[in-house]
Design a protein around this ligand. Structure first.
Ligand SMILES: [Cu+2]
Length: 160
């Protein structure tokens, strides 16, 4: 083996070690979890994830709920290959707290022309807040490849 090759291999090994330590440190010491620490769906013994999601509030009733003056909570359940609900109407200038999860696979929840781009992970609850300040129609897109009809996994948000 060439001397230079050996040096490169050593550098690569040391870097890999540092990255592994960083992952372990961020998980165990800093308690960083993906996608957030907003909770999990607890699957009871003998139950499937689908049953557990539909028995865990607020996911037992997906939809848009008024929580205050110009404040809403949007409960979204993603599944292959649809969002529930898929067509949502939001009053202009409302702050929407999106709470989302997935029933089966990893999906994306991206609202085009906004910074809302969240990952829906089976059994994990993701929360994201956004204020809709511009009226119009926004397309919801699944941007995590989730199989055959991934391209058909869309929805619409109408802000007015
Ligand atoms: Cu999807």
């Amino acid at each position: 083996m060439d001397k230079l090759e050996r040096i490169y291999l050593w550098i690569a090994t040391v870097m890999l070690g540092i990255f592994m330590m960083a992952i372990i440190y961020s998980t165990l010491v800093l308690s960083i979890r993906i996608p957030s620490d907003k909770g999990k769906i607890i699957v009871k013994p003998g139950e499937s994830l689908v049953q557990s999601v539909f028995q865990t509030p607020p996911f037992d009733h997906p939809g848009l709920y008024k929580r205050g003056e110009k404040e809403y909570e949007l409960v979204i359940v993603g599944q292959a290959w649809a969002f529930n609900p898929a067509d949502i109407e939001i009053p202009l200038n409302s702050t929407v707290r999106i709470k989302a999860t997935s029933l089966d696979l990893q999906h994306g929840f991206y609202i085009a022309s906004t910074p809302v781009n969240i990952m829906l992970i089976p059994g994990e609850i993701t929360v994201f807040e956004y204020k809709f300040k511009k009226a119009g129609s926004y397309r919801i897109i699944c941007n995590e490849y989730c199989g055959m009809l991934h391209h058909a996994m869309t929805g619409t948000i109408t802000v007015k």
